[in-house]
Design a protein around this ligand. Structure first.
Ligand code: ZN
Length: 673
C-alpha cells in the first residue's frame, strides 16, 4: 500500500488559484475576512463554499450527513497522535471555559497561544515538525488555573506538557534509532520496538498476491497477555468504537440520500468496514469508491494516510467532504486525457513505464468540511486510494481543493519573493506566472506523477521495501514528474499554459524553496524530518550538485546573503529527468540502500550557517509559515417529523470558539483508549 498521497502547498511561496481565478471576485468574496488569527508560526484562515445555495436539498443533506460522520471521528486523530492528547485537551478546555482569574497578562496570553497551538496540531506535537510545543506559561500558574477550573491531570500528562525531554518527537524518521521507540505517536504500545513490528508483519507481507491487503492500516499494536504482539483493531466493537458507531449512524443516513447506486454501495461498504475492521472490505470500498465518478458530492473518510506512522503502515483518521466544480474540472481535464502520452514520453527506463495508464479521474472540487488529519491544516491536492494494486488495475481519483487554494491566494500577505529571489527578473516571473505554475505543478504531481511508473515483477509494496524512506521518495518522484513536464512544449500545445515561462517560474520557485525558503520552518540545530520537506531538499540539492560543473544553478553571495540563480533551465530539466529515472528505478526495484543514500546525503542535513542566515532574513516576512482553516459550520433545519428540510452554512471567525463547540458536539472518546 500507501504512497504519500496527500500533497501540501508550499505555503508562502507558491500561491494556488482555482480555475475560476481569472474571474473578478464577487462582492461577497471581496468583503469576506480570509485571515482571522495569527499566533506562534501559524495563520488561521477561513474558506467559502461557492455554489452551496445552488445544490439540491438532497445534495445538501448528503454533505451534511457525511460531514457529521467525519466530525464524529475527530477525537480519534487526537488519540492516535499521542496517548495523553485527549486528557490534555480536556484540561485546556476546562481552563478556557471556567477559569475565574484574570484573562489577560503574560501567563494567560502564553496559555491561550499554547491552547491554540495544541488545537491546530490535534495534540501537543507540532503538525509539521513533529516537535513538542513548548509552553511559555509557568507550571505553578497552570496548576492553580486547572484546579480552579475543576480540571485535573495525572502526573505523567503534566510531565508530557512541561518536561521537554518526555516524548519529544511525535514521528521520528531518524533511521539510526529504533523508529517505533523514538516516536511518541500512539500506534504502538510503549514497550513495542521496531524489530518486533517488522517480524509481526513480515509473514503477511511475504504472502503478497495480486491484491495484497494494507496490513496494519487500522489498528494499534500492543503486547498481549502472553507477551506476543497483537493488533487492537479500530472498529465499532473495538478500539475507537464509540466514535465509529456515531459515525456509522450518520453514514446510514448518507447512504439513504446517495446520488448514485455506486456511491450508495461505497457508503454501505464503509459502514461494514467500520463495523468489522476487515481490510478486504476496505479494499472493496476503495474499488467501489474509485468507480463512482458520476456523483457531484464526494468524500474521503477512514484511516487513510500513513505519514504519521514511522513504519508507514497505520492510517490516520481523516475526513474531507467535497463538491465537484464542473467548470474548473473541464479546464484541467486535458491533462488527465493525455495521461498515456505523459507516460510514454517520460524519461523512465522502458521496463518501468506503464503500458496502460488506467482510470485516473481528476477533478477540481470545493471543500465542504474537513476533520481529523485534514484539519485545521489541510492538503490542497489528494490522490487516492493508496493501495498500489488498486491504482494499477482499477485506477485512482485525484482532486485539487479549489476553494482552499483560493483562500490561500486571497489571504496572502507580504510575499517572500523580495527576500529570497536572486533578481528582479525572478520576481517578475513569479508574479506573472507563479499562481498558474503552482496549480499546474499540483495537477501534474497528482494526476501524472503518483499514477506513473510500475514495479518490477516480484518486488513488494513500496512501504515494505523502502520503509521510512518510502514516503519522501514517492513525493519526490511525483514532484520530479511535474518538474519534468512543466517545461515541456506539450503543455503549451495542450493549451494549459501560455508559454515555457510558466515552467521557468516553477523551476525558480522549487529551487528557491528547496534550498532556502523552507529552512525557515526548521528550528536552529534541527535536521529536516518531514517527508515533503525532505524531498524538496533532496531534489533541489541533488540537481544543484550535479549541475555544478555546467553552472546550471549558480550560488551567489551578495551582502552576506545567499541566493540561487538558475542559468540553464533546459539542462536543469534534463537533470530532473535523470533523477526521476533513478528514483523510479529505486522504487521499481525496491532498492532500499540507494533510496536511503539519496535521502540522507541530500535531504536531511541542514548547513547551520545558511540556516541561521535564512531565519534572519525570514524575519522580514510578516506572514507566518504555516496556515490552516476554521471550518464552515452546518446546521440542519428539520420539520415536525424530523426530516431535514434545509441545511444552513455559516462561516465562524473564532478559532477557539469552534474548538469549544466541537468539544461539546463531537467528542465521543474517553481520555484513555
Ligand atoms: Zn503527492
Amino acid at each position: 500500500m500507501a504512497m504519500r498521497s496527500t500533497c501540501f502547498a508550499l505555503l508562502g511561496l507558491i500561491l494556488f488559484v482555482s480555475c475560476g481565478g481569472n474571474e473578478k471576485p464577487t462582492a461577497a468574496q471581496e468583503e469576506f475576512q480570509w485571515e482571522v488569527d495569527q499566533f506562534a508560526d501559524i495563520r488561521v484562515l477561513r474558506y467559502q463554499i461557492p455554489g452551496w445555495e445552488q445544490l439540491t436539498l438532497q445534495q445538501k443533506q448528503l454533505c451534511y450527513y457525511l460531514n457529521m460522520a467525519g466530525l464524529a471521528g475527530r477525537d480519534i486523530m487526537w488519540d492516535q497522535n499521542y496517548r495523553h492528547n485527549l486528557r490534555i485537551r480536556r484540561a485546556l478546555e476546562a481552563i478556557l471555559r471556567d477559569y475565574k482569574g484574570e484573562r489577560k497578562g503574560a501567563e494567560w496570553e502564553a496559555f491561550e497561544t499554547y491552547a491554540k497551538q495544541v488545537y491546530f496540531s490535534n495534540g501537543i506535537h507540532h503538525h509539521y515538525s513533529n516537535d513538542k510545543h513548548a509552553p511559555a506559561f509557568s507550571r505553578a500558574w497552570f496548576d492553580e488555573a486547572l484546579a480552579g477550573s475543576g480540571g485535573q491531570l495525572p502526573a505523567e500528562a503534566l510531565e508530557a506538557i512541561f518536561n521537554p525531554e518526555v516524548d519529544a518527537k511525535k514521528v521520528s524518521l531518524d533511521a539510526s534509532k529504533d523508529l517505533v521507540l523514538a516516536s511518541a505517536v500512539n500506534f504502538y504500545g510503549e514497550d513495542v520496538n521496531q524489530k518486533e513490528v517488522e517480524q509481526f508483519y513480515a509473514p503477511m507481507e511475504a504472502r503478497g498476491g495480486v491484491a495484497p491487503l494494507s496490513y496494519g492500516l487500522n489498528s494499534k499494536i500492543v503486547r498481549g497477555a502472553n507477551g506476543q504482539l497483537e493488533e487492537r483493531v479500530y472498529k465499532v466493537d473495538g478500539l475507537y468504537g464509540a466514535a465509529l458507531s456515531e459515525s456509522v449512524k450518520w453514514l446510514e443516513k448518507a447512504a439513504g440520500v446517495a446520488e448514485t447506486p455506486e456511491q450508495k454501495k461505497a457508503i454501505e461498504l464503509l459502514i461494514q468496514y467500520y463495523r468489522t475492521g476487515d481490510l478486504k472490505t476496505w479494499d472493496d470500498f476503495n474499488v467501489t469508491w474509485v468507480g463512482d465518478t458520476k456523483s457531484s458530492v464526494d468524500f474521503i473518510l477512514g484511516f487513510v494516510e500513513v505519514y504519521n506512522d514511522p513504519m508507514g503502515k497505520r492510517g490516520s483518521y481523516e475526513a474531507i467532504v467535497e463538491v465537484n466544480d464542473p467548470e474548473a474540472t473541464r479546464n484541467m481535464a486535458v491533462i488527465m486525457d493525455n495521461a498515456q502520452w505523459f507516460e510514454d514520453n517520460s524519461p523512465l527506463l522502458p521496463q518501468h513505464k506503464k503500458k496502460d495508464v488506467v482510470g485516473i479521474t481528476y477533478r477540481f472540487i470545493n471543500t465542504v468540511g474537513e476533520a481529523g488529519d485534514a484539519a485545521p491544516s489541510t492538503p490542497v491536492g489528494v490522490n487516492l486510494p493508496n493501495a498500489n494494486w488498486i491504482r494499477d488495475s482499477i485506477g485512482s481519483k485525484s482532486v485539487s481543493l479549489g476553494n482552499i487554494s483560493d483562500a490561500y491566494e486571497k489571504s496572502s500577505g507580504s510575499s517572500s519573493l523580495e527576500v529570497f529571489c536572486h533578481d528582479q527578473e525572478e520576481i517578475d516571473l513569479a508574479k506573472a506566472h507563479g499562481a498558474l505554475a503552482g496549480k499546474l505543478h499540483t495537477a501534474l504531481h497528482e494526476v501524472v506523477g503518483h499514477a506513473s511508473g510500475q514495479l518490477e515483477p516480484g518486488v513488494g509494496e513500496t512501504d515494505a521495501t523502502l520503509k521510512s524512506f518510502a514516503s519522501t521518495l514517492e513525493e519526490g518522484r511525483a514532484d520530479l514528474v511535474a518538474l519534468y513536464f512543466i517545461m515541456d512544449p506539450k503543455l503549451v500545445e495542450l493549451g494549459v499554459m501560455p508559454s515555457l515561462e510558466v515552467g521557468k517560474a516553477e523551476y525558480d520557485a522549487y529551487i528557491r524553496n528547496g534550498l532556502l525558503v523552507q529552512l525557515r520552518r526548521i528550528k536552529p540545530g534541527k535536521d529536516i524530518e518531514e517527508s515533503h520537506m525532505r524531498n524538496r531538499m533532496w531534489v533541489s540539492a541533488w540537481t544543484y550538485e550535479k549541475g555544478m560543473a555546467d553552472s546550471v544553478i549558480v550560488k551567489v553571495y551578495r551582502n552576506g546573503e545567499t541566493y540561487y540563480d538558475i542559468r540553464d533551465y533546459d539542462k536543469l530539466r534534463v537533470l530532473f529527468g535523470d533523477l526521476l529515472r533513478e528514483v523510479q528505478r529505486i522504487k521499481s526495484q525496491g532498492d532500499y540502500e540507494a533510496g536511503r543514500a539519496l535521502v540522507e546525503n541530500y535531504g536531511v542535513k541542514v548547513d547551520q550557517a545558511l540556516h541561521a542566515e535564512v531565519l534572519k532574513r525570514a524575519e522580514k516576512i510578516k506572514t507566518a509559515p504555516y496556515a490552516g482553516f476554521i471550518q464552515p459550520e452546518m446546521e440542519a433545519v428539520t420539520d415536525a417529523n424530523g426530516n431535514v428540510t434545509e441545511v444552513k452554512v455559516s462561516y465562524p471567525t473564532d478559532f477557539l470558539g469552534q474548538m469549544l463547540r466541537y468539544a461539546d458536539r463531537y467528542s465521543f472518546l474517553p481520555d484513555e483508549n
